[in-house]
Design a protein around this ligand. Structure first.
Ligand code: ADP
Length: 385
């Protein structure tokens, strides 16, 4: 690889239905040349009518910042795609057939895949370089059948591609490797439980760098309690709400995805705001916090059992990286599993990866910032050479 190739950045795009997140990053060094977010795409009153226009807006903003995309000799574009379905277990160079397949997988991710496909289509027209899709589900394609299979009739599951796919995979994979680096141990030796706690939350059990279980399933609704999502409920709740509350399936879906979780319990979905209310003695905030922590503990215990032990418990994403109280509550009382946290280390503010368990503890408890854009840029560069 020539020196100039090494410096050529990858453009990482994350297209939502009305938004486009972008980052220009040099995979080898992690240097971020530029980043930004364009919102309200296609909404009334917005001057960004569609994703092609959003890419134009992005190029103009970058030029204002002194970055000329046409002169830059972009190496490739890496696209974050939420659902890879049963097909994609690794990043893939995008051609027409891949794009069609991403579109077809919209049934499994109706909110996400159509937007990603539109973003890819616009970007392929704009940038004549290799485009790579990096899937949020890919890391979990290694789940063993006993972890990925729902106990529903097999013919139905096969017909409708019903299984546990998992999400946030790019983050879990990146963090599992970054934790091994932090601990100075080969990832192959480690049994890790990774807690990705952002607006969406998921837990994974990782053995030797490969995922063996995860808390999100067919959709990103299963598992942990999240900002607005319920996570696990009795599946019987759906029928009960239909009968007793007269809600339609769509209303129930919206209720559990958008109006539940921390928001449903406390009235706020942002975790910082929850902590302010907690400090002010709000009992609803206290209950929400306790439910979040209880569910987290439930999954930590489950995954220690699945892994047959644990070497590292890792916190990442907005809440995991920043909330001292969540980390304290989740780890409290887990001494029997070897999990302890040093109070001062946990309370120390830092933006870098760090160990917060006491020196010499048998289980490392760590806070490891995630970086999905860098992970996507690296996987993209690896694939296109
Ligand atoms: P996303 O899933 O959208 O990528 P993030 O990983 O950025 O989300 O996490 C967002 C969450 O992190 C929000 O609930 C936010 O309140 C929380 N958060 C960010 N900073 C802090 C902090 N200092 N203390 C507690 N929570 C925080």
């Amino acid at each position: 690889m020539t020196e100039s190739t090494r410096e050529r950045p990858v453009l990482v795009l994350n297209a939502g239905s009305s938004s486009l997140k972008y980052q220009l990053v040099v995979p080898e060094t992690g240097e971020v040349r530029a980043r930004g977010l364009i919102e309200r795409i296609g909404e009334s009153g917005s001057d960004v009518p569609d994703h092609s226009a959003a890419l134009q807006t992005m190029a103009e903003r970058l030029r204002d910042e002194g970055v000329d995309l046409d002169e830059l000799s972009l190496r490739a574009v890496g696209h974050r795609v939420v659902h890879g379905g049963p097909d994609f277990s690794e990043p893939v160079v995008i051609d027409d057939a891949v794009l069609d397949r991403i579109r077809e997988l919209s049934a499994l991710a109706p909110l996400h895949n159509p937007a990603a496909a539109i973003g890819i289509e616009a970007a392929r027209k704009r940038f004549d370089v290799p485009h790579v899709a990096v899937f949020d589900t890919a890391f979990f394609s290694s789940l063993p059948p006993e972890a990925s299979t729902y106990a529903v009739p097999r013919d139905l599951a096969e017909k409708h591609q019903i299984r546990r796919y998992g999400f946030h995979g790019t983050s879990h994979q990146y963090v599992a490797h970054a934790t091994a680096d932090l601990l100075g141990r080969p990832v192959e030796e480690l049994r890790q439980v990774v807690l990705h706690l952002g607006n969406g939350c998921s837990a994974s059990a990782v053995r030797g760098g490969r995922a063996v279980d995860t808390s999100m399933g067919l959709t990103p609704l299963e598992g942990l309690v999240m900002g607005t999502r319920s996570g696990d409920v009795d599946p019987g709740l759906h029928a009960y709400l239909g009968r007793e509350a007269g809600l339609s399936l769509e209303e129930i879906d919206t209720l559990l995805n958008k109006r539940s979780g921390v928001l449903g319990l406390s009235g706020v979905n942002d975790f910082r705001e929850l902590e302010h209310r907690l400090a002010a003695g709000d009992p609803d905030a206290q209950l929400a916090f306790d439910v979040v922590a209880h569910r987290l503990k439930h999954y930590v215990g489950a995954y220690v059992a699945i892994l047959g032990g644990i070497d590292a418990l890792v916190f990442t994403a907005g809440v995991g990286e920043n909330s001292i109280s969540v980390r304290a509550a989740v780890t409290e009382g887990l001494e029997a599993l070897g999990i302890t946290v040093d109070r001062a280390r946990n309370a120390a503010r830092s933006t870098t990866a760090r160990v917060i368990s006491p020196a010499g503890a048998s289980v490392a408890v760590a806070v490891v910032p995630t970086n999905e854009e860098l992970a996507i840029a690296r996987q993209t560069a690896d694939l296109v050479g």
